[in-house]
Design a protein around this ligand. Structure first.
Ligand code: FE
Length: 213
């Protein structure tokens, strides 16, 4: 085994207090037979390497090019996302909400930090922050302005409050100038924030500028 394997090396002082606690908890749960170490490793590996906003981006891009998939996504997002085989099934009930020129959707969890992990990965720090959780409901326009998002006057902003049972995924508006683009090229425009509603997808120009940097 490699010297840096976390299970074999000396656990001196290099682990943080939190890591030590997690380790202790994992040991107890394993010893009592409540968890299977291999299953636990698989879950951690999934969270660290497999889930992430690139999955949500693929789902959104597919919805942009495939009207039938979009219909399924908006009808039953859990089913539609799970049908895109290569990733972990969505456990909690997932609802996809579509932005239109009239309506912009924003997702928040006012109680804690519920977030659609299978499609977006781990939540960013701001999502879990108290100001975001409280202000999004009271002053959505102000929050969007902080994120640099300004919507055409008269756009209706709809706030979706996540819970442990129900998570939301925003399907942003497909950017102009992307007619005929492949699903893969479109997915590169779909940012994490655009799927939470605190951002918009990149325009083809922004994407080109970003890639050239
Ligand atoms: Fe929550």
């Amino acid at each position: 085994m490699p010297a840096n394997d976390p299970h074999t090396h000396d656990h001196g002082s290099e682990l943080s207090e939190m890591q030590l606690r997690v380790k202790a908890l994992e040991t107890i749960l394993t010893e009592k037979g409540y968890v299977e170490p291999a299953a636990l490793d698989q879950i951690i590996e999934n969270v660290e390497t497999r889930i992430g906003p690139h999955i949500g981006a693929r789902v959104v891009a597919r919805a942009w090019v495939d009207p039938e998939f979009k219909r399924r996504l908006l009808t039953d997002a859990t089913e539609a996302v799970n049908s895109v085989a290569e990733f972990d099934p969505v456990g909690a009930h997932l609802i996809a909400v579509e932005n239109t020129p009239q309506t912009h959707n924003v997702v928040v969890c006012t109680l804690c930090s519920c977030y659609p992990w299978p499609v977006l990965g781990l939540p960013p720090v701001w999502y879990k922050s108290a100001p975001y959780r409280s202000r999004t409901v009271i002053d959505p326009k102000g929050v969007l302005a902080d994120f640099g998002v300004s919507l055409p006057p008269g756009t209706d902003i709809r706030i979706w409050d996540s819970t442990a049972e129900t998570r939301f995924l925003v399907v942003p508006i497909r950017p102009d100038g992307t007619e005929g683009w492949s699903e893969e090229a479109l997915a590169a425009l779909v940012t994490r924030d655009s799927m939470v509603g605190t951002g918009l997808p990149k325009s083809p120009e922004e994407n080109k500028a970003g890639a050239a940097r």
